[in-house]
Design a protein around this ligand. Sequence first.
Ligand code: F6P
Length: 491
Amino acid sequence: RTILHAELSGEDVIVVSNREPYIHQRRGERIEVQRPASGLVTALEPIMRACSGVWIAHGSGSADREVVDKHDRIAVPPEKTAYQLRRVWLSAEEEAGYYYGLANEGLWPLCHIAHVRPTFRSGDWAHYVAVNRKFAGAVIAEAKTKNPIVLVQDYHFALLPRMIRDELPDATVITFWHIPWPNPESFAICPWAEEIVAGLLGSSILGFHTQFHCNNFVDTVDRLLEARVDREAFTVSLAGKLTAVRRYPISIDWPPAAEMVGKPIEQCRAEIRQLNSLPAAHAIGVGVDRLDYTKGIMERFRAVERLLEMKPEWIGRFSFVQIAAPTRAGIDEYQNHEAQVRALATRINQRFSRTGPPPIVLKVEHHEPQQVYEYYRAAEFCFVSSLHDGMNLVAKEFVAARDDERGVLILSQFTGAARELPEALIVNPYDADQCAAALHLALTMEPSEQRDRMRLMRGLVAEFNVYRWAGRMLLDAAVMRRRGRLLGKSA
Ligand code: F6P
């Protein structure tokens, strides 16, 4: 945190993301403030609290434009102003093409490879280009100097780095791609693969969660563009502009805020069981996700079913609580997925709950971060079964929530987090028998083993927290800026 303050004091810092960190909605006379379910927001919010600056985001969740002032700007967070949130408003057509279409029906399945076919439409692409241009305009309007530090977030803005560079050649553009990057063969099916890669190469630094994704990106550049690739330095040079491709594993705030871990564990255990009409001594596991097909929620439920088949002694003594935040409901694939998840939960519950509580408690609704932490603290284990995930911050949040050093993390091998948390029970979510065995192991693990594993994981998250993630990117950028000033070049 101190390094961040030092590196950023006096700097002109702008963050750009699609998702806004706060949603302001009018409910009668009241203005309700919500925090969206988003790993990106979880990671960036503490950074923005640590440095004042401007966060530019799509005003999607803020149904009422009058809630923010006439300049589309609002000071946040609500309890203590730390930075400015500037909304960019999009028309329904722009949102349909850029967000639902190109970003979430095209790039999301393209990069995740969760066996959902990407859809590419030229109309969506046109909106994507136009919206990236609109955000570039907002960045230029918000920049107070000729050389701001701009932190561009995610696959919604692949073209933005080059657009910013064209207007502000001295800017330091740090782009972070929060989702996986696939191999060149997979990426090349995108009709605009070259434009996307060239757009990203407007960045000074381009970050991914894992070295594997950095390698895939550099291989894709090599395949698609006439660029100079230096595999030792891990840099790419295109049209005289050098981009460093680096691994920065994202993380969470540490130590967790007092309001997240303030309620005693025993109280969380009792309240969560009561809230869900479960007996006081009932064992529970928890899953927390957006209701997204990449998260492996179907596979998770099948593992619970398999557990009850293989170890029937858990029938009536164990329930799995799935918190599923509604997401991207405008997309058919997400509607179908929700229907399938609900149907599977119902089928499993009909099969196993004749004499007692349902084995699956499915809660399709938004939960505030504090409520989510109460579930983490109340559970015997947390199960993250993503079919593919850049990092997965739920895994790290669960670890942060367990200051009692109890609880077991079951973690898909296809998450970035699995590379950092080998003390979790690492599973292949496609293997129901293996997952069921891990569930049983988690439910029967000795407290001393839980403690040993949890201690190591907590040590890792404490050391490599979100300040380290941002700090390393910003330090690398600061070195580039100094070098650039010495040599009279832009960073
Ligand atoms: O972490 C990947 C990501 O797409 C973020 O960019 C995003 O904030 C989050 O998942 C949630 O998705 P959405 O913003 O579409 O609800």
